[in-house]
Design a protein around this ligand. Structure first.
Ligand code: SAH
Length: 222
């Protein structure tokens, strides 16, 4: 069960320490740091992990999935360069934590998850929290054509390659942030759609995500 205890002074204090830790690791965007300081990460975790919620670690969230490490969330969010009112698609809702950070940045967030149990639990949690994030069940490697195009797309699972459908659903001038590599390690990439048919890409540091499964992801019998 998610921790239903309200946000206490203790949680807030621990969260400020976490923000400081993430800042020291190199995240400089003050809007990202402020968002990290506002979202109660403990509320996305099982009670047994409450004590660890404000350490800079990934944590299990059920269905064999994880909530990303806060540094990773901050890194991806910073690269995404979200501005107020932008339409953002997240692939891999998981716990919903990253989606809340995006909403705190002022984005209109659409998020898609392929694990049914996780989708239901997270949709309910976000609703209870009063969040406006729109959560969908399905294969996010195919994007969300009914709501495209997006200003930004963020993939929070490790991809074998960049899904075509996601590039197609980016606005011209839109940005896609996605970890690409093998199942063990991925390089963070930022791809900018500069015209109908051209993209520019940049490569950043290594990360380790759970696999992006699906038609344009890893084909797995899972
Ligand atoms: N952003 C999440 C972390 C998610 S871990 C958070 O803040 O908690 C990656 C998630 O991607 C997992 O929940 C996994 O089930 C999901 N996933 C993997 N492949 C997917 C796909 N093709 N479409 C949608 N979700 C996918």
């Amino acid at each position: 069960m998610p921790d239903s205890t309200p946000d206490s002074f203790r949680h807030q204090g621990l969260r400020q320490q976490l923000v400081e830790e993430v800042r020291k690791k190199g995240i400089r965007d003050v809007r990202v740091l402020a968002a990290l300081g506002r979202v109660p990460r403990h509320a996305f975790l099982d009670n047994v992990f409450t004590e660890l919620a404000y350490t800079d670690q990934a944590m299990p969230i059920g269905s064999g999935q994880t909530i990303s490490q806060p540094y990773t969330v901050a890194f991806q969010t910073e690269l995404l360069g979200v501005e107020e009112r932008m339409k953002v698609l997240e692939v891999g809702t998981g716990s919903g934590y990253q989606a809340c950070i995006l909403e705190e940045m002022g984005a209109r967030v659409f998020s898609i998850e392929r694990q049914r149990a996780l989708f239901h639990a997270t949709r309910d949690r976000l609703k209870e929290m009063g969040r406006k994030i729109k959560v969908f069940f399905g294969d996010g490697t195919l994007g969300l054509p009914a709501f495209a195009p997006f200003d930004r797309i963020l993939v929070t699972a490790g991809a074998p390659s960049v899904p075509e459908a996601l590039l197609e659903q980016l606005k011209i001038g839109g940005w896609l942030v996605i970890p690409v590599g093998n199942e063990e390690i991925q390089k963070m990439m930022r791809i900018i759609r500069i015209s109908e048919s051209e993209v520019e890409s940049e490569t950043f540091e290594d990360f380790r995500f759970v696999p992006l499964l699906g038609q344009e992801g890893w084909r797995a019998i899972r």
